[in-house]
Design a binder for this molecule. Structure first.
Ligand code: PLP
Length: 386
């Protein structure tokens, strides 16, 4: 028996400490953490500069609420919207909350209610974000859901064209579907979205909760596409493990979120903002992002022999958000074998394993992870039933 709800399929180890890419469990066994807490600890565990920022802030002020001005929030907002089509930020505590804010802002701004989302998308577990999500397993048993989300196949231009109408407030999309299997937006689909949004006056919400904060080799993943977002949502990597989310919106929407229109008690809390400010100071540096891209190329090179051997179907993704599509629907079996061998991974659907190392991972750690994968993936294939 447990005094916790059973809503997570927990693995039977407990991680007690971490440093950089390495974590240690309760028995003293250490692992390479290629989950980063699901794309959260992008700068590794216990990053000294973030520890220092939090420690300093914790001695000054923990919480004061949004009743008062916040120069620290202003500064972080400026850093997040710099050199983007966005101009303003709203801070909250999670990805789902950022998406709720985006849904509310888009509906209030356009006075329309339909939001188009995509099959296999994931936007969070609150009622609006769950209704937006394109996976039945997430919604099972909770109906009736919110109406007015229209779910269409990802990368299907014709389906999108027929779904977009006069009632449509926004299109909401992940540039790479993280939970849905590391599925990458096509160039042609990106161009079509841009065109449809411009033609019909539809807003574009890009959910960068998993892809944002340099994870894919640019500050935001949309920067590698033709998309021009009106709204961007962030969370996961923004606080390196300290809970914080953000919704960024364009200049035009400033008036729509006037005083009293939306809010949250903890949003933009001084501790969270101090962590996120340090994260963005580091992760938005050009030299840092260049390294992410070098590491990505190196990891792809290391994985190439596994792909060439036919042991896996495909390697997808960008930057350090990579997915390996296996030949069987046994991603969780491979994840288990990797864990036994000292490498923590996370599945993305039944047949894809996700590699999410911290962006600070070393080349040597990438080599270690690849050699573990080489030993476990072929053995999984040869023992798997047809
Ligand atoms: C994880 C995730 C969310 C939900 O974030 P929470 O902080 O768990 O609420 C939303 N969108 C995407 C793309 C995600 O990966």
């Amino acid at each position: 028996m447990t005094s916790l709800f059973n809503n997570y399929a927990r693995r039977p180890i407990s991680i007690v400490k971490g440093q950089g890419t390495i974590v240690e469990d309760q028995t003293g066994k250490s692992y390479l953490d290629f989950t980063s807490g699901i794309a959260v600890t992008n700068l590794g565990h216990a990053h000294p500069a973030i520890v220092e920022a939090l420690q300093k802030q914790s001695e000054k002020l923990w919480h004061i609420s949004n009743l008062f001005e916040s120069p620290a929030q202003e500064k972080l907002a400026e850093a997040l919207v710099a050199d983007t089509p966005l101009a303003h930020a709203f801070f909250c505590n999670s990805g789902a909350e950022a998406n709720e804010a985006a849904i509310k802002l888009a509906r209030k701004h356009t006075q329309k209610h339909v939001i188009i989302t995509f099959e296999k998308s994931f936007h969070g577990r609150t009622f609006g974000a769950m209704s937006a999500t394109g996976q039945d397993k997430v919604k099972q048993g909770f109906g009736p859901l919110l109406e007015s989300f229209r779910n269409v196949p990802f990368n299907d231009i014709e389906a999108l064209k027929s779904a977009a109408g006069d009632d449509t407030a926004a299109i909401m999309i992940e540039v790479i579907q993280g939970e849905g299997g590391v599925n990458v937006l096509d160039q042609a689909f990106s161009d079509a979205i841009k065109e449809i949004c411009e033609e019909k006056g539809i807003l574009l919400i890009v959910d960068e909760v998993q892809t944002g904060i340099s994870r894919t080799g640019t500050r935001y993943a949309y920067e590698q596409t033709s998309l021009k977002p009106d709204i961007v949502t962030l969370a996961k990597g923004l606080g390196n493990g300290f809970p914080i989310g953000a919704m960024l919106g364009s200049q035009e929407m400033f008036e729509t979120f006037g005083p009293g229109s939306h809010g949250t008690t903890f949003g933009g809390n001084p501790l969270a903002v101090s962590a996120a400010q340090k994260v963005t100071d580091i992760a938005f540096e050009k030299a840092f992002i260049d390294e992410v891209n070098e590491k990505s190329e190196y990891l792809l090179q290391l994985l190439q022999p596994i792909l060439d051997s036919g042991a896996v179907k495909a390697v997808r993704g960008k930057g350090l958000l990579l997915g390996i599509e296996c030949n069987t629907e046994d991603a969780s079996g491979i994840v288990q074998k990797a864990e036994n061998a000292g490498l923590l991974l996370v599945p993305a659907g039944p047949s894809v394993i996700r590699l999410l190392p911290p962006l600070t991972v070393t080349k040597q750690e990438l080599e270690q992870a690849a050699s573990i994968l080489k030993t476990i993936i072929p053995s999984t294939v040869s023992t798997a039933p047809e």
